[in-house]
Design a protein around this ligand. Sequence first.
Ligand SMILES: Nc1ncnc2c1ncn2[C@@H]1O[C@H](COP(=O)(O)OP(=O)(O)OP(=O)(O)O)[C@@H](O)[C@H]1O
Length: 263
Amino acid sequence: MSDVLELVDVSVVREGRALVDQVSWSVAEGERWVILGPNGAGKTTLLNVASSYLFPTSGSVQILGEKLGAVDVFELRPRIGMAGSALAEKLPRRQTVLQTVLTAAYGMTAGWQEEYDDIDERRARAFLDRLGMSDFLDRRFGTLSEGERKRTQIARALMTDPELLLLDEPCAGLDLGGREDLVRRLGRLARDPYAPSMVMVTHHVEEIAPGFTHVLLIRQGRVLDAGPVDKVLTSAALSRCFGLPLVVERQGDRWTAQGLPLV
Ligand SMILES: Nc1ncnc2c1ncn2[C@@H]1O[C@H](COP(=O)(O)OP(=O)(O)OP(=O)(O)O)[C@@H](O)[C@H]1O
């Protein structure tokens, strides 16, 4: 299996502080990774490196077989699908849900042409249907609930048929039903052999959908452990990652974690 991502000794330093500190990590084709860690650990910074939008201060990065610094990122970026709050803020609120997804086919956030190919429109409708958004095609993006916005963004990220899909906290801000709905949909995507390789950032083990294969634990910019979910996701490792005693349990194909009571 070829590498989709390969980071070697990658550091991102700002104001004398390493936000990501000598990270070496590789993602092989078909793997579905979760990046888990506390607030400020460096998860989004790592994802921004993986998306080619952030160049590291030191170390080397290969994305989809291309070396960052030696490749035209404008050719690389359409091969990467992204969904996260930073991108959502750039999406015009007045644009309809269908247009929001369609514009991705043209590498833009806002629509400037009225005419789209039929095939693009069919694809946009199909992705929105897969994410349960068929009833919202003509709704303006700005009027959607948080959950509907998240699902629209994921449909949008899939529109360019990416080889790598990066999701930054897709379940953040969702209520219990919204989270469970999205986890099920992400699980279906994760188990689809034709779906792209995936990396999802989260704070919560409850958001790990079935089908995700690997976990990277990060704290203060450093990788504590990275590997297959069953091997890495232990109570000891999670306690170290979040800095307090936690018990993690697997229930069927889902995970839960809770803190030990104070004595
Ligand atoms: N441009 C910057 N200059 C200085 N510090 C920065 C910059 N960008 C991010 N940081 C800091 O780097 C650290 C890591 O940020 P990052 O957003 O990657 O963390 P995160 O794990 O995604 O956090 P969260 O879970 O809270 O979203 C944080 O302490 C943040 O304040």
